[in-house]
Ligand binder design. Structure first.
Ligand SMILES: Nc1ncnc2c1ncn2[C@@H]1O[C@H](COP(=O)(O)OP(=O)(O)O)[C@@H](O)[C@H]1O
Ligand SMILES: [Mg+2]
Length: 246
């Protein structure tokens, strides 16, 4: 049974048809590269999956059961986490504090409850180790590289026991060495059985980590292929429309 399945999902904003009859299924541990030109409907698709707004038509199923998300916490409760492009980290806090932001463990009882810093550092350290990242729990995010910041954002999704992590252009604005780090993190998630939807314009990144490539054009899915069964040339043609479908 698929972890996530979309059946005939459409979304319009007034007269604008942003998504048309989109179908997609995703298995645990699968990495899907989602590609398409600006305006193709990628972000709209992500927002429907993440509960930002409901689809105009169509069904979303998790573990084969239909779900109705009306807000992001509904999707999060089903293990769906989005790492947005800007990562939404607090620069003036430590890596550990960012991992736990909004869900800090506390000690004590009644009105006397204080943050359990020791537990936060310990758990964050475990998560970074699990992700094979060199990020240290006590380091300030302000002083970190792009790759380490990604590790912090991804560690947050591990904390919440995500089953699907959606990443919107994670490698758009970072250096080559850091790109390798982020791609490694994606592989780690997959090894832990977590499915990943990677939105990227970078063909080498997608071909390095994705099991499948999904191409969207003008709100429609025009290809959904195993990575070995396609090529960067074909995907480019599908994105631009030089190749209609594949
Ligand atoms: N909130 C919105 N209101 C109106 N139109 C929107 C809204 N969000 C997206 N669109 C339109 O839907 C289409 C798909 O956009 P989007 O999903 O952002 O594409 P992508 O992420 O692939 O660049 C575009 O034509 C865009 O202008
Ligand atoms: Mg977008």
């Amino acid at each position: 049974m698929s972890l996530l399945e979309l059946r005939g999902v459409s979304k319009h904003f007034g007269a604008i048809q942003a998504l048309t009859e989109m179908s997609l299924s995703l298995e645990p541990g699968q990495v899907v590269g989602l590609m398409g030109d600006n305006g193709a409907g990628k972000s709209t698709l992500v927002k429907v999956i993440a509960g930002n707004f409901p689809p105009s038509h169509g069904e979303i199923l998790i573990d084969g059961k239909q779900v109705h998300f009306s807000k992001p916490v509904d999707a999060r409760a089903q293990g769906i986490e989005v790492v947005y492009q800007d990562l939404a980290l607090c620069n003036n806090l430590t890596a550990a504090a960012n991992v736990f932001l909004g869900r800090e463990p506390r000690v004590g009882f009644g009105p006397i409850r204080i943050l359990d810093h020791a537990a936060m550092y310990r758990r964050a350290g475990e998560l970074f180790k699990e992700l094979k990242s060199e990020t240290r729990p006590r380091d300030l995010v302000r002083q970190m590289s792009g790759g380490q910041r990604q590790a912090v954002a991804i560690a947050r999704t591990r904390l919440s026991e995500a089953r699907l992590v959606i990443m919107d252009e994670p490698t758009a604005a970072i250096s080559v060495r850091q790109v390798a780090e982020v791609l490694d993190l994606i592989k780690r998630l997959s090894e832990h059985g977590i499915a990943v939807i990677l939105i990227s314009h970078r063909m080498p990144d997608v071909f390095a980590v994705a099991h499948r490539v999904v191409v969207m054009r003008r709100g429609r899915k025009v290809a959904d292929k195993n990575t070995e069964a396609t090529s960067p040339e074909e995907v480019t043609g599908l994105i631009t429309g030089a190749i209609a479908t594949a």
